[in-house]
Ligand binder design. Structure first.
Ligand code: SER
Length: 321
C-alpha cells in the first residue's frame, strides 16, 4: 500500500482508518473521499480530501489517476436496519460503490478492500462457532449485498487477478463517529447513554448474542490483511474476524460495575431483533488467525474502561452535548 484511497471516509470506520493509515503510510499517501464534505472537515485538515459520490465512476477514476492510487478501501454502505427501510436504495448504493471499486481496481491495477459483515450470514447458517465456509443465505438486503460483494471480489481475483481481500466485521464499537442504522449500534450508543443520562433503552432483547470488536482491533485487521503475504492466503473474501461476543445484559453489567447508578430498560425494535436473530452468536475466526495472524487485543472489560474514559473526557471538555 503506497497511495491509498478511502471511499466513504466520513463514516464510522473511515473517520478512524484515515488517521490510522496516515500514521503508517504518511499523510500525503492517504486520500480521504466522501459524498458529504461536512462530515470530513477534520479529515481534510491533515491530508488530501476530495468530494466523491462513489456511484460517479468518472469522478472516481479522475481521483485514482490524480493521486496514482494503488489501494482502495471501499467503505460505502447503508447498514442493515436502514437498508430494510429502503432496500432499493441500499442495493443501488452498496452494489454501485462495490462495482465501481472493483472495475476501477481492475482497470488501474489497485488492491481493494470492501468490508463484509456478520450480516452476510443468515438464519440457516450455524449460529455457534459459525464456520469460515458455510451456508450463507442472508435475509436482509444488507446481507445480500455483502455476500454478493464477497463472491464478486473473489471472482475479480480469480478472473482478472485483482488483489481483492476482506473481512467479515462484527459490530464495531468506537468513540469518534457514531455508526448509523446498524443492528449492532446499541453497543456504541449504550456508552453515551450511560455517561450522559445514566440510563439506556435497549432495542434488542436480553439473550441476543452478537460478535463485536473495538475499533483499534478493526483498524489493525484492515492493515494486517492488506499487508499479508498473498501466498499464505487460502481464503480472500471474506475472513471471519471477531474479538468478543456478548448480549445486552452483559455489556450493561460491565458498565454498571463502573457507573453503579446506570439503569437499562428494554424496548425491543422488531426489525432489529429479527435481523440480530438471523446472525451468528459467535463466529469461528481461526482461518484469519492461521492465514494472516489475526489476534485481537481488546475484550469487553478493557474496551469498557477505554470507552467510558474517552467519551467521559469529551463530555467534560464540552466537545459533546
Ligand atoms: N454493524 C452492522 C450492522 O449492524 C453489521 O455489519 O448493520
Amino acid at each position: 500500500m503506497k497511495n491509498i484511497l478511502i471511499v466513504g471516509a466520513g463514516g464510522q470506520i473511515g473517520s478512524e482508518l484515515v488517521p490510522h493509515l496516515q500514521k503508517i503510510y504518511g499523510n500525503d499517501h492517504v486520500v480521504a473521499t466522501d459524498i458529504n464534505c461536512n462530515s470530513c472537515v477534520k479529515l481534510a485538515e491533515n491530508g488530501p480530501f476530495e468530494e466523491l459520490d462513489a456511484l460517479n465512476a468518472e469522478r472516481f477514476v479522475e481521483i485514482v489517476k490524480k493521486y496514482k492510487i494503488d489501494t482502495i478501501f471501499n467503505l460505502v454502505a447503508l447498514l442493515s436496519a436502514t437498508g430494510e427501510k429502503n432496500p432499493q436504495l441500499a442495493l443501488k448504493i452498496n452494489m454501485g460503490a462495490l462495482m465501481n471499486s472493483l472495475e476501477i481496481s481492475r482497470e488501474y491495477n489497485c488492491a481493494v478492500f470492501t468490508p463484509s459483515s456478520i450480516g452476510a450470514f443468515g438464519p440457516s447458517s450455524p449460529k455457534d462457532n459459525t464456520p469460515q465456509d458455510t451456508v450463507m443465505r442472508p435475509s436482509t438486503i444488507y446481507g445480500v449485498c455483502k455476500v454478493t460483494g464477497e463472491m464478486l471480489s473473489d471472482y475479480y481475483f480469480q478472473r482478472f487477478g485483482v488483489d481483492a481481500r476482506s473481512v467479515r466485521f462484527p459490530g464495531i464499537i468506537s468513540n469518534v463517529t457514531l455508526p448509523g442504522g446498524g443492528t449492532t449500534d446499541y453497543a456504541v450508543e449504550i456508552y453515551y447513554g450511560a455517561i450522559q443520562q445514566k440510563k439506556f433503552t435497549c432495542p434488542l432483547p436480553q439473550g441476543t448474542f452478537l460478535d463485536m470488536m473495538y475499533m483499534p482491533d478493526a483498524l489493525d485487521a484492515c492493515v494486517q490483511l492488506m499487508e499479508a503475504d498473498p501466498s499464505k492466503l487460502k481464503h480472500r473474501n471474506s475472513f471471519n474476524v471477531t474479538a468478543m461476543s456478548f448480549e445486552p445484559s452483559q455489556i450493561f453489567e460491565a458498565i454498571k460495575k463502573r457507573i453503579p447508578e446506570f439503569a437499562m430498560e428494554y424496548n425491543v425494535d422488531p426489525i432489529k431483533k429479527a435481523i440480530a436473530d438471523s446472525w451468528p452468536n459467535y463466529m469461528d475466526d481461526s482461518c484469519a488467525r492461521e492465514e494472516w495472524g489475526w489476534n485481537p487485543k481488546w475484550n469487553l472489560e478493557t474496551m469498557t474502561d477505554d470507552m467510558l474514559k474517552v467519551i467521559g473526557e469529551k463530555y467534560a471538555k464540552g466537545l459533546l452535548k
